[in-house]
Design a protein around this ligand. Structure first.
Ligand code: NAI
Length: 354
């Protein structure tokens, strides 16, 4: 299928395929927009059923990055990369270096960093071939390193803002939160929520992670099928996308959905279903921008970690503005965010097309 015929294609500026016959690397970079600056977004290492699935994923994720970077007020456009791996979800050093050379051919038009499946060590290998990489070990006190803890901080600020707005509560003491997926972001989020006095329910396909988070933060394990349907105040999807559809939304008991996972809504119309059900949804690409804020500060150079923290904390205010506008205009929060994001990412012509 041509990329132009893909349902996820939305006037992306460039889509580049890379095949390195020596290492066996197969990768795709999608640049959605360079309107605000170089396209920035992580590289996902994943085992896709076929190439069309990889193209769909990279197109959706790249558009999401345009919106995320614009809403976080960063001087960056949106792009994303995927490395198509085997079922073991590993990339060899040769493949990572080949990926670095591929990124380098774009001359800085695309800046890569970690996403699912990639580590700081992997990015260091990529960086041996190109300067257009972030998420590298930071100098003392400076921005950089694994973006996940900053993403978790942003989600924590977002949960506080949503709780203040929907439940009129300033404290998280005794708040019940169910976290789906306790990987890099989810586990860091659990730490902050626990420190703030929240009660945690957690689920993950990795039983060891569940045990660790239960031991460390007094969380209760819950089954994979039930975590989003739990009788809690907040659900925080921090694993996969497309977890909220008509079926799940009809069974939700929480008042708030606020988590890190990208593309949580199976389709845009699911935002309307949440709104109609009186459930406050914190748009994913607004609440999960902490990591890219860190990446942008690292890439800009000479920015302190303290400045990153101040900018990540602004995610709460940004969400509050969306919540207020949603209530005023009687429109779902995802629609308010999308319209704002299209305007500030130079895609306002697309507003009328949706
Ligand atoms: P991760 O790979 O470290 O953690 C994901 C966790 O979800 C793993 O522990 C995995 O076992 C678990 N999981 C997978 N399928 C599951 C299922 N069906 N039910 C329950 N748990 C399941 O990934 P990370 O970095 O923590 O990211 C989490 C989400 O947040 C992803 O959707 C990612 O795209 C998104 N995100 C991450 C950012 C970052 O800075 N790491 C930035 C913005 C978004």
């Amino acid at each position: 299928m041509s990329v132009f015929d893909n349902a996820a294609f939305e006037q992306h500026e460039r889509v580049l395929h890379c095949s390195d016959p020596v290492s066996g690397l197969k990768a795709i970079v999608a640049i959605h927009s360079t309107f605000r600056g170089p396209a920035a977004g992580g590289c996902r290492l994943w085992h896709y059923p076929d190439a069309d699935a990889a193209v769909t994923d990279v197109l959706r994720l790249a558009r999401g990055m345009s919106y995320k970077n614009a809403m976080a007020d960063l001087p960056l456009g949106g792009g994303k990369a995927v490395i198509m791996s085997g079922p073991e979800r590993q990339a060899s050093d040769d493949q990572l270096r080949a990926f670095g050379r591929f990124v380098d051919t774009m001359g800085g038009q695309y800046i890569t960093a970690e996403d699912v499946g990639m580590t700081v060590a992997a990015m260091q290998t990529v960086a041996s071939e190109t300067a257009h990489v972030a998420g590298l070990p930071p100098e003392a006190g400076k921005a950089g390193g694994d973006p996940s803890p900053k993403t978790a901080d942003g989600v924590f600020h977002g949960i506080k803002a949503a709780v203040a707005y929907a439940l009129q509560r300033d404290s998280l003491e005794g708040l019940k939160v169910a976290v789906q997926g306790i990987g890099n972001v989810g586990a860091n989020l659990c730490r902050s929520l626990h420190a703030a006095g929240a009660e945690l329910l957690v689920a993950d396909i990795d039983a060891e992670r569940v045990e660790r988070v239960c031991d460390e933060f007094g969380a209760q394990p819950v089954s994979l099928d039930d975590v989003l349907l739990a009788d809690v105040d907040v659900i925080a999807p921090c694993a996969l996308g497309a977890v909220l559809d008509a079926k799940t939304i009809a069974r939700l008991r929480a008042r708030i959905v606020a988590g890190a996972a990208n593309n949580q809504l199976a389709s845009d119309s699911d935002g309307q279903l949440l709104f109609d059900a009186g459930i406050l949804y914190a748009p994913d690409y607004v609440i999960n921008a902490g990591g890219i804020i860190n990446v942008a500060c690292e890439h800009a150079g000479d920015v302190t970690d303290e400045t990153v923290n101040e900018r990540v904390a602004q995610i709460g205010q940004r969400l509050n503005a969306i919540f207020e506008q949603s209530e005023r205009l009687n429109l779902p929060t995802n629609q308010i965010a999308d319209d704002m994001a299209r305007r500030v990412s130079g895609r306002s012509a697309e507003v009328s097309a949706h």
